[in-house]
Write a protein that binds this ligand. Structure first.
Ligand code: CMP
Length: 140
């Protein structure tokens, strides 16, 4: 399997609890390299655009409100099979269903405040990376 990039967000529930380093340590322990990273506050407009694919879901408005409630850390992760590897390290969307040792099992509070986002495919990883980063900001 070739080296891949994926996109990750450390969400407001995790930055609020000072867990950026703890999450990063779990990503790095899994063999993912953080090759770009910045902390920012999403505006309502940017959060709506990022999650546009969910705009008809009942949780969309609450999701946008939550994602704009505090700082996030957006990242590009590089590694062998990075998209799937990151999804394994994150664990299931709902922390109640996440496996032991995953980020969400260890740190997440609820299905909404679930600490991290990760791309679900290489195609979406590319779109999501380009939503937040210029090529100059990504240093592999
Ligand atoms: P994320 O990977 O960021 O993608 C969409 C997010 O919607 C998801 O993680 C959850 O945090 C959030 N969400 C809130 N409620 C639900 C729900 N009922 N089902 C799926 N995702 C939800």
């Amino acid at each position: 399997m070739a080296v891949q990039c994926t996109f990750s967000i450390i969400k407001p529930d995790a930055t609020r609890r000072n867990l950026t380093g703890a999450v990063n340590a779990m990503l790095e322990a899994a063999g993912l390299r953080i090759i770009a990273q910045k902390r920012l506050r999403l505006t309502e407009e940017r959060a709506k655009a990022f999650y546009a694919v969910h705009k008809d879901r009942p949780f969309y408005d609450d999701l946008v409100k939550f994602m704009t409630s505090g700082p996030v850390v957006v990242q590009v992760l590089e590694g062998e099979n990075a998209v799937d590897k990151n999804r394994q390290v994150m664990g299931a969307t709902n922390p109640a269903e996440a496996a032991e040792g995953t980020i969400r099992k260890t740190h997440a509070i609820s299905i909404e405040a679930n600490s991290v986002h990760g791309s679900d495919s290489p195609e979406n990883a590319k779109i999501e990376i380009e939503f937040f980063f210029t090529p100059e900001e990504i240093v592999g």
